[in-house]
Design a protein around this ligand. Structure first.
Ligand code: AP5
Length: 192
């Protein structure tokens, strides 16, 4: 099994591209953002606790997402590997993921990093707020905070992955199709 991280700031296209890549390469798409929103929509105790943190654009505690991911890894069947979207988001989550995979005879094979400039990110998220009304897209201050949190807490993971020789940057600006082609070429390099 091969394991890919799709990485980049809020609005860089991780979710959009993950759905397409998972289908094309038979990867199991694991998005912690989607899992957390599902908890909120279902009105669970966990969802109620996490919604205030997410509404501010802050990160939920590491142990919450690590537990969610561990359960999904063990539940997956008939898959060529995993595509982690929005996870890991801190160095501690990255170390936990590496340990979890190593214990199961796997590793992180590639970190696909979507590079998108700040103004394009904000433009996409404001547009999405109008179209789908995601709560954390509605307030420009929350969008800016999510981008700041990414720079401060999540971007340092890039150095961790560079040290392991798995960092694969991708130009994330252009049409969805063109970016999908760029990513597909990199994934094909691993899967064939
Ligand atoms: P999460 O759901 O992971 O959100 P995010 O990182 O803010 O990412 P987005 O979903 O906003 O963007 P994306 O990169 O997936 O882009 P998308 O494809 O949607 O996390 C939400 C919150 O949950 C966090 O703030 C945190 O509180 C919590 N959380 C989640 N995981 C966590 C973790 N591991 N640890 C701690 N807390 C965690 O595209 C965005 C828009 O742009 C869409 O409308 C799309 O149609 C459009 N678009 C995509 N590609 C293009 C393109 N090429 N051109 C034009 N428009 C495009």
């Amino acid at each position: 099994m091969l394991n890919f991280l799709i990485f980049g700031p809020p609005g860089s296209g991780k979710g959009t591209q993950s759905v397409r890549l998972a289908e094309k390469f038979n990867l199991t798409h694991l998005s912690t953002g989607d899992m957390l929103r599902a908890e909120i929509a279902a009105g669970t105790e966990l969802g109620k606790k996490m919604s205030a943190i997410m509404a501010k654009g802050e990160l939920v505690p590491d142990e919450v997402v690590i537990e969610m991911i561990a359960a999904r890894i063990d539940g997956a069947r008939d898959t060529a590997g995993f595509l982690f979207d929005g996870f890991p988001r801190t160095v501690a989550q990255t170390e936990a993921l590496e340990k979890m995979l190593n214990e199961r005879g796997m590793k992180i094979d590639s970190m696909l990093v979507l590079d998108v400039d700040h103004d394009e990110l904000v433009k996409r998220l404001i547009l999405r707020a109008e179209l789908s009304g995601r709560a954390d897209d509605r307030d420009p201050a929350v969008i800016e905070n999510r981008i700041d949190v990414y720079r401060a807490k999540t971007e340092p993971i890039i150095d961790f992955c560079r040290q392991r020789g798995i960092y694969q940057p991708v130009n994330g600006v252009g049409s969805i199709e063109d970016i999908f082609e760029r990513l597909s070429r990199l994934v094909s390099g691993h899967i064939g």
